[in-house]
Design a binder for this molecule. Sequence first.
Ligand SMILES: [Zn+2]
Length: 66
Amino acid sequence: MADALDRIARWRADPGAVQGCPVCGTPGVEIIDRSARPYSEWYVLKCAACGLDASLHIPLPGPATY
Ligand SMILES: [Zn+2]
């Protein structure tokens, strides 16, 4: 899971770069951004090589409330 988050961080930093599958390591894993900002971020990772179809949910602090 930490590795997957690391890959998403790298993907966001450089969306054009090919990312490897966090499970099998095959390059070219598909990352789909389904985020509902500013409340949460959703990413779907799909890998044709090993059949990975995982959703990652990253909670965001959302708008600041005081
Ligand atoms: Zn894979």
